[in-house]
Design a protein around this ligand. Structure first.
Ligand code: FE
Length: 218
């Protein structure tokens, strides 16, 4: 995708607000447009975080929340990826993407120190199966928040744009899933695609911010 596609994505994602209302995206305004983190988010913030006076921003989670849908790992997972907050290498092609969000329990309690590992194709749709390009993990902070810098993946035969993710709470079971981009025509022809796994997309400078809240069993 290119930045020129952003308005279309935003328009389409606005129509998905109802679908996203459970626990899968950034705060949304009453009109349904994708909003920057706002004070409305604090209304649904976990009480433990609110008590600290630093409620998570951009969080929508209503308990009891449904666990995030698990989908196939696919053929390209490779163990041993490094811890890294920035997977973008110098000169790397593609639209910059800040992938961010939360790991929460079904009770909307933040999960700290959860491992959020991603792997994905580059902007041309190719995986690095020899090294660890566009493969890495971060740990969530005390509010259950994670952020990874990457690029928007390209499509490859049979697959729409997607990012693979494994989320592992401390001592917990790993959730394996994939994240998708709203407004991508190829979503409709992808057998793995599920609208509950759509990122909420907003623009930031020349790139995009993709937000998702993972819900794992308590
Ligand atoms: Fe894939």
């Amino acid at each position: 995708m290119t930045i020129s596609h952003v308005p279309r994505r935003l328009v389409l994602s606005a129509g998905l607000v109802v679908l996203l209302a459970g626990c899968t995206g950034v705060a949304t305004s009453p009109s349904g447009s994708v909003a920057t983190p706002s004070t409305s988010a604090s209304a649904t913030a976990p009480s433990s975080a609110a008590a600290t006076g630093s409620a998570p921003t951009g969080l929508v989670c209503t308990a009891p929340a449904s666990p995030t849908l698990a989908v196939t790992e696919g053929p390209y997972y490779k163990a041993g990826a490094p811890e890294s907050t920035d997977l973008v290498q110098p000169g790397m092609a593609g639209t910059r993407l800040t992938l961010t969000g939360y790991v929460m329990t079904t009770a909307c309690a933040p999960v700290a120190n959860a491992k959020v590992e991603i792997w994905q194709a580059d902007a041309s749709g190719a995986y690095d199966n020899n090294g660890y390009t566009l493969r890495g993990y971060v740990l969530t902070d005390g509010q259950g928040r994670f952020t990874i810098q990457t690029v928007v993946p390209g499509e490859y035969p049979g697959r729409t744009e997607h990012i693979h993710v494994k989320v592992t709470p401390p001592g917990g079971t790993t959730l394996t899933t994939q994240l998708f981009f709203p407004g991508t025509t190829a979503n409709d022809d992808d057998a793995i695609y599920d609208p509950s796994l759509l990122l909420a997309i907003s623009e930031q400078g020349s790139g995009l911010v993709g937000t998702f809240t993972f819900v794992v069993p308590a």
